[in-house]
Design a protein around this ligand. Structure first.
Ligand code: NAI
Ligand code: AKG
Length: 466
């Protein structure tokens, strides 16, 4: 019997009858089954249906690491990969048909795009920032979003250390000069970094990692953060941003893109800085007001700057795309001395990308196969023990719903005739997620349960795994 009108179309077109490979009537199969019991392989995870893994389609954009593709293919999923981001129209077409999408920082998954994603179960950000995804809208349609919490932090911190020394010694300019035939051996306004003060705005994973590296170079570290965070080494937390700006020789930003961090460094903050200070931004392009920075650099108030991120960034690698059409101050910025520009490569190392590929692909697979939302950035974090092979008639219900009164009663009334083995529910703002394992459920009852749950008022999405 085919289920129609499924809210969560991972289950669209998928029969609730057992797949051929699950029919176990032959003597050999019976022997294997009994052997499994004798060998206690019942602790192995049960492969949950209704989908067979081959039904699951994964779309990977922006050169997501091969390690992710390998994991998805090991699961038996279909994987389609692209090196760059897709145009909006193309993305809308592609997203209609996939159950999971993996992106990095370029692909904007807005409500406009996501409303076409009728089969989508989960989004994987193979990066740290999630500002490119409308995570609240995703939650409102029952789509989980995962990211890598810290696997490229070290890479970003190392890039910033390189930039601090490069700016202090004007290495970028000397290199460009030699590339164009000019020998210009100077020491004027070139400095050691030892004994200088680094001001870190945002003392999270990257900021704190950078703090340790900077101290090992003999720098003093000050940091500013909206929350009180334990200092590492001899770093000191400043109670205001201005206090940090007044004292730091190098100011570096490691905050997320939020309304509060937009233009966090602009004209008033630049004027609060020490004369001859340096500015670094490898967080998000919205954080530093580059138009204002141009003014203070021309006045030699700021002695140099390094940017890895920009308000607008090209979707794909290509020559000639970093220009005034992208950001109207580009030609002015590139004409200034001691400015280091990199194409959003803070997290782009082999090590970071491989780990992120593994990590996020595992989270996505676990969510697809078992419903585990631990580490999701937009859904309540729910997990139940993996169903074991011997739990043949056990069914797992994954019910994402509006966080309104009376839902548990409604759901439990529907399940009243079954034995509830385990139940876990949690909420996050307007959204709640309920995971229930019930036993002794026949194939026909699964269909009835699905239909009943699907008709409840609070339902956002329902999946039944068995
Ligand atoms: N250039 C690149 O390739 C990469 C850039 N990033 C960017 O760096 C950002 C930071 O990354 P993590 O350190 O991993 O994040 P995190 O979440 O570990 O740390 C961010 C810190 O900023 C603080 N913060 C938030 N709002 C603030 C405000 N208004 N004022 C002061 N502090 C504030 C938070 O309390 C937190 O301690 C990411 O959100 C991402 O946008 C991350 C990885 C790679
Ligand atoms: O590697 C990328 O494409 C994005 C890196 C980044 O900005 C992040 O992890 O937030």
């Amino acid at each position: 019997m085919n289920i129609i009108n499924l809210q969560n179309a991972a289950q669209q077109d998928i029969t609730f009858e057992p797949k051929a490979d699950t029919i176990s009537a032959s003597p050999i199969q019976t022997f294997i089954d009994s052997l499994r019991h004798r060998l206690s392989v019942s602790r192995q995870p049960k492969a949950l249906k209704p989908f067979s893994p081959g039904d699951i389609k994964i779309l990977l954009l922006e050169n997501v690491n091969q390690s992710a593709t390998n994991i998805f293919q090991e699961q038996g999923y279909q994987v389609e990969s692209y090196n760059g981001a897709l145009t909006e129209d193309c993305l809308i077409e592609k997203i209609k048909d996939v159950h999971a999408i993996g992106i990095r920082s370029k692909t904007k998954l807005t409500a406009k795009i996501l409303e076409h994603a009728k089969k989508l179960i989960v989004i994987g950000c193979f990066c740290i920032g999630t500002n490119q995804v409308d995570i609240d809208y995703a939650a409102s349609i029952g789509v989980a979003v995962f990211k890598s919490p810290f696997s490229n932090s070290r890479s970003v911190a190392e890039l910033v250390i390189a930039e601090i020394i490069t700016l202090a010694r004007q290495i970028g300019d000397r290199s460009i000069e030699l590339h164009t035939g000019t020998w210009n051996k100077v020491s004027s306004r070139c400095w050691e970094v030892r004994g200088k003060t680094l001001g870190i705005i945002g003392y999270g994973h990257i900021g704190s990692q950078l703090s340790v590296l900077a101290e090992s170079l003999g720098m003093h570290v000050l940091y500013y953060d909206i929350v009180t965070i334990m200092p590492l080494g001899t770093a000191k937390q400043m109670s205001t941003l201005n206090e940090l700006l007044n004292k730091a020789d190098f100011v570096t930003c490691h905050v997320p893109a939020t309304p509060e961090t937009k233009n966090m460094l602009s004209a008033p903050q630049f004027s609060a800085m020490k004369d001859g200070a340096y500015v670094i931004n490898a967080s998000r392009g919205t954080v530093v007001d580059i138009s204002s920075l141009l003014t203070v650099m021309k006045a030699e108030k700021v002695a140099g700057a390094a940017f890895d991120v920009f308000p607008s960034e090209p979707a794909n690698n290509a020559s000639g795309v970093y220009n005034d059409t992208l950001n109207n101050w580009t030609s002015e910025l590139i004409s200034l001395p001691n400015v280091i520009l990199t194409p959003h490569i803070g997290g782009s190392t082999e090590e970071a990308q491989c780990v992120i590929g593994n990590e996020v692909a595992h989270m996505l697979s676990k969510y697809i196969n078992e419903g585990t939302s631990v580490s999701s950035v937009n859904l309540p974090e729910i997990s139940l023990k993996t169903l074991a092979l011997d739990k043949e008639n056990t069914v797992r219900i994954l019910y994402i719903h509006k966080n309104i009164p009376g839902v548990l009663k409604t759901v439990n009334d529907i399940l009243a005739d079954h034995n509830i083995d385990k139940q876990f529910s949690d909420s996050r703002d307007n959204i709640a997620y309920l995971m229930i394992d019930i036993s002794s459920v026949s194939q026909d009852e699964i269909k009835q349960l699905y239909d009943s749950l699907n008709q409840t008022n609070a339902k956002i999405s329902v999946r039944i795994l068995y």
